[in-house]
Design a binder for this molecule. Structure first.
Ligand SMILES: NC(=O)c1ccc[n+]([C@@H]2O[C@H](COP(=O)([O-])OP(=O)(O)OC[C@H]3O[C@@H](n4cnc5c(N)ncnc54)[C@H](O)[C@@H]3O)[C@@H](O)[C@H]2O)c1
Length: 411
């Protein structure tokens, strides 16, 4: 199979996982990627990632600390996979596009809506592909929920509920996830959920939101939960406590273009938590929007069907060849490599778009809408009124984002 030469930019925690994703892809008959170069402003992070790549993929990629040099020195480099922290996404992605490279960038597309707009303009001017690595919708459970909605299994959806509220005051993976101008927790985690909500129910038109910072001091967790060497080293170097200024708890109502409403409760703070997801339709309901490693169930006429029973009752549900190869049972739950397989899917999709002139599913416009939906909650809370998605997506309501944009010089 023809392979696209790819560079990875940003070799931290998730960058390392992307290499494990390429390893998953390399084990399938669909491998269309050759990882030839790594770039990180911190050379030691790129070195660690190169060790992983050599071990997993059998060849050691070249190491760079400068993107421009990487593009000049790597013949045939077609695209980059950008996995830096979100505050650098717009700078790195715009530079890559201007160098003539196609780009996949991790979610959130950018630190603010303005950052997303700059990236969209750069992709348009360069005539290059811009793909957003949003993985939750690629899970078989999200595909199945989407199939049920599209084929009318629950009739017209009129209401949804998306609750993911964890208790606690620990540092969530990295200190930057608690800093507003680095991409706070609600943006970083929440875009997965706004993307899922939009994937299942279509565009959002209006938002009323409330946002709070409940835990202004965050503490180092007792234990590191990942055995990747990068995460171990970072955990060892982490301060015992940090100051947080990014909101950590949000509540909102989304009004959708199709007339449905979605009730949102997302955060990680305080002493109580709750979780639950459902999509209510005129003729039934789906428990769950789907998502990484998830399952759903279907209620119709007083009967509940499990994920397995839905699959058996809906033989018309099919998955693309790579997903079907990686998840032959149609269920990702319990598969320890689910996260890595979804990354493999996204990497394959980018290379297929470059090599075979195909479209990517989550492009810059989709990525901007996901980021804008999060800022709609935060802007609504600042302005103490409901906001329209049009004013958020156009940048006309940006009180919350202004200081972030000013700090980054992109206002
Ligand atoms: N899809 C998912 O499930 C998922 C999970 C975790 C993280 N992420 C996303 O991945 C991205 C990275 O998160 P992370 O946890 O790996 O962060 P991280 O802090 O562990 O790593 C970021 C890396 O980027 C490097 N970097 C920063 N600026 C750079 C630049 N200008 N050029 C080159 N390298 C640069 C840093 O030195 C660091 O090595 C974020 O956008 C995050 O939201 C996604």
């Amino acid at each position: 199979m023809e392979q696209m030469r790819l560079g990875l930019v940003g070799c931290g925690g998730m960058g390392t996982r992307h290499i494990y994703g390429m390893h998953q892809l390399a084990q399938t008959p669909f491998n269309n990627i050759e990882l030839c170069a790594l770039c990180d402003v911190r050379r030691e992070n790129a070195e660690l990632a190169a060790d992983e790549a050599e071990k997993l993929l059998g060849a050691r990629p070249e190491i760079f600390t400068d993107l421009g040099e990487m593009a000049r020195r790597m013949p045939g480099l077609a695209a980059v996979d950008v996995v830096t922290d979100p505050s650098a996404h717009h700078t790195v992605v715009c530079a890559a596009l201007q160098l003539g490279l196609h780009v996949m960038v991790e979610k959130p597309m950018a630190i603010t809506v303005r950052g997303c707009q700059l990236m969209l303009d750069a992709a348009h001017q360069a005539g290059r592909i811009l793909s957003i690595a949003e993985n939750f919708r690629r899970d078989p459970s999200a595909r199945l929920a989407n199939h049920l909605i599209r084929t009318g299994a629950i009739g017209s959806p009129y209401m949804g509920l998306f609750h993911s509220l964890a208790a606690g005051n620990h540092i969530f993976i990295t200190p930057w996830r608690h800093q507003r101008d680095k991409g706070g927790f609600i943006l970083d985690l929440g875009v997965h959920f706004t993307d899922l909500i939009r994937y299942q129910l279509g565009d959002i038109v209006e938002v009323y939101g409330d946002a709070r910072l409940v835990e202004p001091i965050r503490h180092k967790p007792e234990k590191n939960y990942s055995n990747y060497k990068f995460y171990e080293q970072r955990f060892a170097a982490m301060d015992d406590q940090i100051d947080a200024d990014a909101d950590d708890t949000t509540q909102a109502v989304f009004k959708m273009a199709n007339g449905a409403t979605v009730n949102w409760l997302v955060g990680s703070s305080g002493h109580g938590g709750t979780s639950g997801e459902c999509i209510l339709g005129k003729d039934g309901s789906i428990q769950g929007f789907g998502g990484r490693g998830g399952t759903i169930s279907l209620k119709q006429r007083g009967q509940e069907m499990t994920h397995e029973q839905i699959l058996a009752a809906h033989p018309d549900f099919t998955m693309d060849p790579l997903t079907a190869h990686m998840f032959p049972s149609g269920i990702s739950r319990g598969d320890p490599n689910t996260d890595l397989k979804l990354l493999a899917y996204q990497q394959h999709e980018l290379a297929a778009a470059v090599l075979d002139n195909r479209k990517v599913e989550v492009d810059g416009i989709e990525g901007l809408k996901d980021v804008a939906a999060i800022y709609a909650i935060l802007e609504s809370s600042s302005l103490r009124r409901a906001v329209t998605m049009t004013e958020i997506e156009n940048g006309d309501a940006d009180l919350y984002q202004q200081p972030i944009n000013q700090n980054l010089g992109i206002n």
